[in-house]
Ligand binder design. Sequence first.
Ligand SMILES: C[S@@+](CC[C@H](N)C(=O)[O-])C[C@H]1O[C@@H](n2cnc3c(N)ncnc32)[C@H](O)[C@@H]1O
Length: 207
Amino acid sequence: MTLYSQYTEGASALTSFLKSQELIFNVSDLIIYKSKPYAFLKKISPWYWFTRPMTKFMINFFHNKSLIGVEIGVEYGLNAKTMLAMLSLKKLYLIDPYRDDDASYQEARRYLGSYKDKITFIRKTSEAALDDIPGILDFVYIDGSHEYEAVKTDIELFYPKVKPGGVIGGHDFWAKEIGVCKAVLEFAEKNNIQLHGKQTDWWIVKQ
Ligand SMILES: C[S@@+](CC[C@H](N)C(=O)[O-])C[C@H]1O[C@@H](n2cnc3c(N)ncnc32)[C@H](O)[C@@H]1O
C-alpha cells in the first residue's frame, strides 16, 4: 500500500492538487489544508506547516549552517522530508530496519527521491547502525521504537555522537508514550541538562 492510496477514493480537486504537490501527510494535515484556499497555499512554504517543533527550533538555532544529521525511525519519510526542505542539510542519515516492511522502505525512497544526493538510508536498527555513521553530528532526531528501553538506548548511544552545540531530541514526548517520557526525563535529570519541549517534541542542546 502506498502512502497516498488511502486518499484515492473520492478525491476532490483540492486533494488532487495537494497530491500533485506532495503536500499530503496525514488526515489531520489534510483537514488543515482543506480549510485554506488555493491562493494561500501557493504563497507559503508548505513544508513549514508540517515542520516539527524541534526542526523549527533548529532553523533559528543553526541559521543557514550546513548540517549533518540523523533520523532514527523514518517510516515513509514524512518528517525527513520536512527536515530536508527546511534545513540546510549536507547529509541526513535515515535509520530504520523496516522489518518485514519493504513497501514502506520503497515508499520512503520514492518520497525522498528528489533529495537522493543528501540522504543515506541505513536499513538497520539504531543500535546496529551506530558504527555506519562516520564522524560527529549536528543533530539526531529519535522516533524509532517508543519502548522505554529502546528510547533510553537511543539517547545514550547517540548523545556522544552529537557535537557540543548540537541538538538531540525526538518525537512523541507526551502522555500516551510513557516510555518516551520516562527515558527522556531520566536522561535530562541524571545529567542535569536543560530539556526543551513543545507539542510532542523534546530536545536538548548539547553543552
Ligand atoms: C513512528 S515511525 C517513524 C515516523 C517518522 N519519524 C516520521 O515522523 O515521519 C517509527 C519507525 O521506527 C522504526 N523502528 C522501530 N524500531 C527501530 C529501531 N530499533 N531502530 C530504528 N528504527 C526503528 C519502525 O520501523 C518505524 O518505521
